[in-house]
Design a protein around this ligand. Structure first.
Ligand SMILES: [Zn+2]
Length: 373
């Protein structure tokens, strides 16, 4: 029942601040520059919390890897790799649409993709049963020829292809619970019946043109993309309903040989870049469902890859809750929920009418491909 952790100090070296954001305030001229939301503190704080709580000593440390060009070219193009490298050689820049890079970012992004590969190796070799890659930059928005939404290379796409190419797997399930839609992952496997992509995200948030319930795949891949857009304000109860009613039946029918989770903890109740209300307990429960599913369908083989999560205080506690569940161990440490912020949300412990309508629409729309209980 061992759990691995991939973390490499290089991940902290990806500098998103060359594009420090100028913010204009009244009265003019009052302009200040603020840190980019996807800054190194996010994973740094998580590592520190893991150390302080003692969880770190129960994890098997898995060395990172550097992805090869061949790994990246399963989805990205030669042109894009060269483009990213040239930008970094010049000191940095935007890899596309909102994916800022410093001089080292091209190299660090190779290590981020390789970090998820390393987790796949560790799990498939049996060294550990599950493995979390605490990587940055994240990957799920990156498209074949365009960085996007803080993402440079599509880490999870690279890892899923690698699992199939190098390890001979046929079917991989990718579950993306980041509050934003995993548009790059969806695009990469939209016509592929061997990779089932399920995304649970805030409805019409980012990117707004992706993630509608009607987007279910194309050609041979039709039915193998399942989008679960939830209304803003959804909390633990709505997520629990999705993780009870939607994900297990589809996953069991697909019968994957490996489950990869795009784990962005930005559906948390205090995230500045979204409007959901999930607590650390909610993430614990989501993890339990996926862990149980992995046990029943693929010998427990579960890889998690860090995506977003921008609540500086709460997000590390959400990630800690995931590790507690993976390790079957409780720290007993309470998360610092901000009562003022939580009080303005609809109760997270019940499924509201609009959330029920959204979940039922997912069942109805996908029932032509999958049987729900
Ligand atoms: Zn996100």
């Amino acid at each position: 029942m061992t759990t691995g952790l991939v973390f490499d100090d290089r991940y902290l070296q990806h500098n998103s601040n060359p594009m420090r954001l100028p913010v204009t305030r009244q009265p003019l001229p009052f302009v200040e520059s603020v840190d980019h939301p996807s800054n190194p503190r996010l994973v740094e704080r998580t590592m520190k919390l893991m150390g302080l709580t003692g969880l770190l000593e129960h994890l098997v440390r898995i060395p990172g890897q550097r992805a090869t060009d061949e790994d990246l070219l399963v989805y990205h193009t030669e042109w894009y790799l060269e483009h990213v490298r040239q930008l970094c050689a010049g000191g940095g820049g935007d890899a596309g649409a909102g994916a800022p890079m410093g001089a080292d970012s091209a190299e660090v992004a190779m290590y981020a993709a390789g970090g998820v590969k390393a987790a796949v190796d560790a799990v498939l070799s049996g060294d550990v049963r599950s493995c979390y890659s605490l990587v940055r930059p994240p990957g799920h928005h990156a498209m074949a020829e365009k960085g996007m939404g803080f993402c440079i290379f599509s880490n999870v796409v690279v890892a899923a292809h690698y699992a199939r190419r190098a390890n001979g797997l046929e079917r991989v399930l990718i579950l993306d619970w980041d509050v934003h839609h995993g548009n790059g992952t969806q695009d990469a496997f939209y016509g592929d019946p061997n990779v089932l992509f399920i995304s649970v995200h805030q409805d019409r948030w980012f990117p707004p043109e992706f993630g509608a319930v009607e987007q279910t795949g194309t050609g041979d891949g039709t039915g193998f993309t399942v989008n679960v857009p939830l209304p803003a304000g959804s909390g633990d109860a709505a997520y629990a309903a999705v993780f009870d009613e939607i994900i297990p039946p589809v996953a069991e029918q697909f019968a994957p040989e490996l489950i990869i989770i795009s784990a962005g903890q930005d559906a948390s109740a205090q995230d500045p870049l979204a409007r959901m209300a999930v607590t650390p307990d909610g993430f614990r429960r989501m993890t339990r469902t996926m862990k149980d599913l992995a046990s029943s369908v693929c010998e427990g083989r579960l890889v998690l890859a860090q995506e977003g999560g921008y609540a500086e205080v709460l997000a590390p506690y959400c990630t800690m809750a995931i590790f507690e569940e993976l390790l079957d161990r409780r720290t007993g440490i309470e998360e610092p929920l901000d009562p003022a912020r939580v009080a303005i949300w609809p109760p997270a412990n019940e499924v509201s009418g609009d959330q029920r309508v959204a979940i039922d629409a997912v069942r109805a729309h996908n029932s032509r491909y999958w049987t729900f209980g």
